[in-house]
Write a protein that binds this ligand. Structure first.
Ligand code: ZN
Length: 170
């Protein structure tokens, strides 16, 4: 399973070497599973989606709510600020917990061998993969603890590499 933390939350699932698309091509909308009842409005129009809490844009919106001066900050600036600002750290930790909830749910349903977490947010150091793993373990039963949780290593190249591999298969 692959998950990207960027402007939104993207995800995909590979089974027997093939991408799983679902019956009509809309499978793996992990970013739009509801993690909070009556929660924040998501870009998709629903309320309480994972993406509305754990994406980079969700972090930017949440920090702007505590102080409008953060509304123009890039993620990297917010992460530097968070080192000395507990309110920002709480927002980031809460967002990471929501992400872990989503990943734990996926583990319980799909029982994946490995979950690769990447995207611009992860590249910038938004969430610690060790903390995500710890939290996913706490939210899943022992039979699901074999799932490896790893940080993606290909950075911006991942999308291009994936497209090349897909083209090579067809
Ligand atoms: Zn949504």
């Amino acid at each position: 399973m692959g998950v990207t933390v960027g402007t939104g939350i993207g995800s995909g699932f590979v089974i027997d070497g093939k991408i799983y698309h679902g019956s009509r091509g809309f499978a793996m909308e992990l970013g739009h599973i509801v993690v909070q009842r009556d929660g924040l409005t998501c870009n998709c129009g629903l309320e309480g989606c994972l993406e509305a809490y754990s994406s980079v844009s969700a972090i930017q919106k949440a920090t702007a709510r505590i102080n409008p001066k953060y509304s123009t900050c890039e993620l990297r600036e917010l992460l530097i600020e968070a080192k000395s600002n507990q309110q920002l750290r709480i927002i980031i930790e809460r967002s990471r917990e929501y992400l872990a909830m989503g990943l734990a749910t996926a583990c319980m349903i799909l029982d994946p061998d490995i979950i690769i977490v990447g995207g611009g947010g992860m590249d910038a150091g938004l969430y610690s993969i060790a903390e995500i793993e710890k939290s996913v373990r706490a939210k899943t039963s022992k039979v699901n603890h074999h799932t490896q949780i790893r940080k993606a290593t290909m950075g911006n190249q991942a999308g291009v590499m994936g497209a090349m591999l897909l083209a090579a298969q067809s």
